[in-house]
Design a protein around this ligand. Structure first.
Ligand code: G4P
Length: 532
């Protein structure tokens, strides 16, 4: 393969995450993007993919029961010469840590908003996670086929509540159940959609100049008049389009549409693809790595065990950051200082997992993990020992003491706990004097306790007893010659150690944190730890 071929492959990659409050229409939009990409023929398949997933992966029952998407998945498809990787993210706040890790693998984000609900709680939280990454954020305002807030209200809400400038790329024609089409501001063109078969297949449309009489007749004089006035107002009072700000995540391009009826999906997809960037350079310990470099590099951002219980397999999700990947290649596993062969790499297409022969910077592949990888690990081709920036471990806010109900199941219990911890869903602590006899588990969101209990039962056959503890704050201690016996703590503080045997303090209130700081001036207390 020539250098030029490699560049061409990488430049046509677009890798993005979709975020939304549950029910805003993330799944429906994803499905419609696949439909337009020709990856599925009739809409409805993603739903059945969902159902299928539930059938094979029991613990996702929780997801079904609660109507939330717990785990993230990855899909790839082609459209108009682009190779698109979509990363789905969990909508529930208790899994925002997982969302953050997924966003580490994305080059941009699409935020789906329900036009009737506007900016919802989870939208806010997930948006802030995106902001931390500084990636471009595109907004798709969904369900325009129904009654909702006015486009101006929605714009204002996005700007005020999320604190980001906005620029509507298109404007809806006819709202409140009378959605007929969109006005494309860049081209000054109207696109009127024809009613389709309930969004099952791509929708046809008619495009033309806004002043054309045909459109006046098609949408009616009144709507045409309203559109002309609104566009005038928008051009006068709204912010101007600023690509530089968009790429820094300071301005969000807004698109209006209805994923269910397919209205506005194609204009969104095409405009989004032309604005969002191909893979960009990433920071490492050796400086910025150019994605078009010939050397393969990538990092693991997610590990998921038992995706298919019949195989009991564990998949590490790898974001390729530079170069080309070939099936079976030998790479350095930098953190472990070992060479590994990547023999059964998988990619996730619309309905299936397929073995991938080659992949490029921007792509996400799943690699078989025999229990050697950790989140944040770098794999690279060179002897160079490139290491990408680590993925931070968030401070858990809920803690519980857990043990197996049946002590004969201890081995399974410990195996399950350690595997689930390696996926990053829980953090495990122990008291140095007691060891593994009594484990303390910390989670960022309380719902993760339920997932833990469910998975231990369903995947490892272990019933557990869980006693929630009243600790709320965690601090990792950095101190030379740390000695637990001579460290000044308050009555309600607990000294534990993490999986790397680093000393950790659990507190019930902020008052105790201040006291402990006063009593141990040489200790540095940190609320985030970088995985080693
Ligand atoms: P999520 O992944 O963000 O949680 O949302 P999802 O796509 O599952 O959509 C949530 C509900 O909203 C679904 O209805 C879906 O059909 C509906 N929906 C999505 N896009 C649109 C749209 O553009 N217009 C309208 N009117 N509805 C939309 P449901 O009743 O929960 O499921 P289903 O019975 O349709 O399967």
């Amino acid at each position: 393969m020539t250098r030029q071929d490699l560049s061409n492959q990488i430049r046509r990659r677009r890798t993005f995450a979709i975020i939304s409050h549950p029910d805003a229409g993330k799944t429906t939009l994803t499905e419609k993007l696949l439909l337009y990409g020709g990856a599925i023929r009739l809409a409805g398949s993603v739903k059945s993919r969902r159902a299928q997933k539930h059938a094979v992966s029991d613990w996702m029952e929780i997801e079904k029961q609660r109507g939330i998407s717990v785990t993230s998945s990855v899909l790839q498809f082609e459209y108009d010469g682009y190779c698109i990787n979509i990363l789905d993210t969990p909508g529930h706040q208790d899994f925002s840590e997982d969302t953050y890790r997924t966003l580490m693998a994305a080059d941009s984000a699409v935020m789906v908003i329900d036009c009737a609900k506007g900016v919802e709680d989870q939208t806010k939280k997930l948006f802030h996670v995106c902001k931390m990454r500084g990636i471009p954020i595109f907004t798709f305002i969904n369900k325009l086929d129904r009654a909702g807030k006015t486009p101006f209200e929605l714009m204002e809400e996005i700007e005020k509540v999320l604190g980001i400038k906005s620029y509507p790329m298109n404007w809806p024609i006819g709202t409140d159940g009378n959605f007929k089409g969109v006005y494309n501001r860049k081209e000054a063109q109207i696109e009127v959609f024809h009613e389709g078969n309930h969004g099952q297949s791509v929708v046809s449309s008619m495009v033309g100049d806004v002043g054309d009489d045909v459109f006046k007749d098609l949408i009616g004089k009144e709507l045409h008049q309203q559109l002309t006035e609104e566009i005038e107002l928008l051009d006068m009072a709204g912010d101007s389009f600023n690509l530089n700000m968009i790429l820094k995540g300071e301005q969000t391009p807004i698109f209006f549409g209805s994923a269910m009826t397919n209205f506005g999906v194609k204009p969104f997809l095409e405009s989004f693809l032309s604005l969002t960037t191909p893979p960009s350079p990433r920071d490492s310990n050796k400086g910025e790595i150019d994605p078009e470099s010939e050397n393969f590099t990538g990092f693991i951002f997610k590990i998921q065990a038992n995706m298919n219980p019949t195989h009991r397999d564990r998949i590490a999700f790898l974001r390729i950051c530079s170069g080309k990947f070939n099936k079976g290649m030998m790479v350095n596993h930098v953190q472990a200082n070992k060479k590994v062969r990547l023999s059964q790499p998988q990619q996730f297409m619309a309905q299936d997992r397929v073995i991938v022969e080659e992949a490029y910077a921007g792509d996400i592949i799943g690699i078989h993990d025999p229990g050697i990888f950790r989140i944040g690990d770098t794999l690279c081709e060179e002897q160079d020992k490139i290491m990408y920036e680590g993925i931070p471990v968030f401070a858990p806010e809920h803690f519980a003491k857990i043990y197996a109900k049946n002590s004969l199941k201890r081995k399974h219990f410990l195996k399950g706990i350690s595997q689930i911890a390696e996926e990053g869903a829980i953090q495990v602590f122990k008291r140095p004097q007691i060891g593994v006899e009594e484990l303390i588990v910390g989670v960022v969101g309380a719902l993760q306790f339920e997932v833990l209990e469910y998975r231990l039962k369903n995947e490892y056959g272990v019933d557990i007893v869980m006693n929630q503890l009243s600790y709320k704050y965690i601090r990792w201690v950095e101190m030379e010659d740390f000695d637990p016996d001579n460290f000044g703590i308050t009555m309600d503080t607990l000294i534990v150690e993490d999986e790397d045997e680093q000393p950790v303090l659990l507190f019930q209130n902020e008052w105790s944190i201040d006291r402990v700081k006063e009593r141990n001036p040489k200790a540095i207390l940190k609320d985030i730890s970088s995985r080693k």
